[in-house]
Write a protein that binds this ligand. Sequence first.
Ligand SMILES: [Zn+2]
Length: 216
Amino acid sequence: MIDAFITREKMIKACLLLAEKKLVQGTGGNISVRTEQGFLITPSGIDYNDLSLSDMVELSLKGEIIKGERTPSVEKEIHRMIFELREDVNAIVHTHSIYATAIASARRDMDAITDNQIVIFGGNIRVAQYAPIGSKELAANIAMALGDGYGALLANHGGICVADTLKEAMFRAEMLEIFAKTFILAKSAGGGIPLSDAEIHTVNTDVRKRYGQKKL
Ligand SMILES: [Zn+2]
């Protein structure tokens, strides 16, 4: 379960950070965090600069509003379905960042052409089949593309990152855009060479163990 320190205030700060880092434009994108009873999600169509704590809407895992006056994000079904299917996920960040959206609009998977992508996302980042915004079909397509990974692209739309914490999901959202940029630049440099399944496995099982600091 999510730690108690992640609050509505942290969600607002994260929204402002998404705008500042140009990972969303206007009122686009959305953020959600798991709660005891369901999840908190950003409201639909409110400028991030105008967000207040009470604008966040709490929904149950069945999609019913538990708390909040605002209309929740139109993409709430995506968040609901991921929280339902992935018990390890406590935070979701959906972005419309330019490079990731460009690859998503080409309906291409972002194969792991750097080992850094494997360390942060677990491997290849798949593009979910297109379906209308807000539809259950789109949510199901995204859940399928995500699998047990940490990121996916939404065809002709944007990207989505999931994590144990909001901080980690925000980091992945930023890295998704960096890897997308690298992916596109590698194409113009002669083509990125995707790492093989065996190489991905090695990074996931070996390098990951040695990377970073030991938990104290
Ligand atoms: Zn969107």
